[in-house]
Design a protein around this ligand. Sequence first.
Ligand SMILES: Cc1ncc(COP(=O)(O)O)c(C=O)c1O
Length: 242
Amino acid sequence: MPKPTALIVNFPSNPTAYLADLDFYREIVSFARRHEIWVMSDLAYAEIYFHDRPPPSLLQVPGAKEIAVEFTSLSKTYSMPGWRMGFAAGNPRLISALARMKSYLDYGAFTPIQVAATAALNGPQDCVAELRALYRERRDVLIRGLANAGWQVPSPEGSMFAWAPIPPRYASLGSLEFSKLLLERAKVAVSPGIGFGEHGEGFVRIALVENSHRLRQACRSIRAFLQAGSNQAEPALNTASV
Ligand SMILES: Cc1ncc(COP(=O)(O)O)c(C=O)c1O
């Protein structure tokens, strides 16, 4: 097997909502140095955190800039998904390779998007705190609503997602069948964990992209679905969808 060239890390994580601490990044940097591999850190959810302090950057680790680059995006921080605007910082060799590659691939983003991005980055940052508060409120509504429905889901500390273990009664269905059942019976769409790789099995990802009202509606619907299920001997599998 060829030796890996680079290690990609992403915290706050999509899909698990896990936040890495600086000690974890220290280990990553020392591992990468030992094995002479690059590290690429995707910090897209840098500003979507629910504790009092932002998540650390991998580049805070001494020596990280010699082996790493970190990417961020305006998609989450300023609600600009699809606008394809972000930036990278870190190792000069990697950054110049990125600049060269991009110079072959495109001529830069549409000018009004560049102007909007400049305004977002240089303007007042209250909107970032407002967005953070909005996602925190949605998180609380979702986690409380699911607990009321009898589904205990760990409260995420960051990102736009809750990473929910499948309720034990439905665990044997696997994440894909459970997600289909939730869609058919509760009319709620979640992402099956298996879609993120084999280690995602046993979980579903629930996104905080709907407003609090819609999240409450979804939780009520999930509650009715789970209650109906608990009155039956076996989880109700729709054979047509198996
Ligand atoms: C971890 C992570 N990185 C990057 C992106 C995408 O960022 P962009 O819109 O800048 O391509 C997403 C969006 O879903 C994401 O979840």
